[in-house]
Design a protein around this ligand. Structure first.
Ligand SMILES: CC(C)(COP(=O)(O)OP(=O)(O)OC[C@H]1O[C@@H](n2cnc3c(N)ncnc32)[C@H](O)[C@@H]1OP(=O)(O)O)[C@@H](O)C(=O)NCCC(=O)NCCS
Length: 167
């Protein structure tokens, strides 16, 4: 496992996303139905095109992405992030986040924020997602009760934040 991980990480190239990346990013998102429902995919159709971000390439194939927008003065927000499922836990998300952090620091942002599904929702896929962000120094900022979903199927949103700085 450790050897596979090292091989993948060394071969992965991260670069700023370009317009032509949209179809590949959207295909990755469609391959993650445990995380992205129909509503999410619909929003992504616009935001993956209009938001800035980075793409991860493995031997010429796009295998992951992260996008962001400016949320407020000095605050950037991750809008979408995804890595091809069979390549999870190989360090690709970490590399994408590192590139985003460096880019945002250069642009003068001090805080990076991300919204996700709150702990009150007992759903394993988003437990992994939260673990990923906690591992990368995001801290709980706020919980918005019943933010997601409709009528009888509402659930809480967790807003995570981290301070950007050069280590
Ligand atoms: C979140 C995501 C982008 C992270 O990318 P990644 O390349 O898998 O992440 P890394 O390999 O760099 O980091 C792995 C860490 O993430 C967490 N993690 C990610 N996937 C996990 C899984 N299936 N099981 C357990 N932990 C997981 C763990 O903390 C893990 O650390 P560990 O391997 O030391 O235990 C990716 O897992 C993904 O596409 N998830 C589905 C979509 C999503 O949640 N997007 C974010 C919301 S918009």
């Amino acid at each position: 496992m450790v050897i596979i991980m090292v091989v993948v990480i060394e071969k992965v190239k991260i670069r700023k996303k370009v317009d032509e990346d949209f179809n590949s990013m959207f295909e990755i998102a469609k391959g993650l139905p445990e995380w992205f429902d129909e509503g999410g995919l619909k929003t992504m159709q616009t935001e993956l095109k209009t938001h800035g971000g980075f793409a991860a390439y493995l031997e010429g194939t796009l295998v992951g992405f992260v996008t962001f927008n400016a949320a407020a003065e000095g605050i950037a927000k991750i809008s979408w992030m995804g890595v091809r499922k069979e390549l999870h836990r190989r360090g690709i998300g970490t590399r994408l986040l590192q590139s985003l952090d460096e880019y945002l620091i250069d642009l003068g942002f001090g805080i990076l924020e991300v919204d996700t599904v709150a702990e009150s929702v007992d759903y394993e896929p988003y437990e992994f997602t939260r673990n990923f962000y906690y591992k990368h120094k995001f801290k709980k900022h706020r919980v918005d009760r019943d933010f997601y979903g409709e009528l009888n199927n509402k659930h809480d949103r967790l807003v995570l934040r981290k301070h950007l700085r050069i280590d």
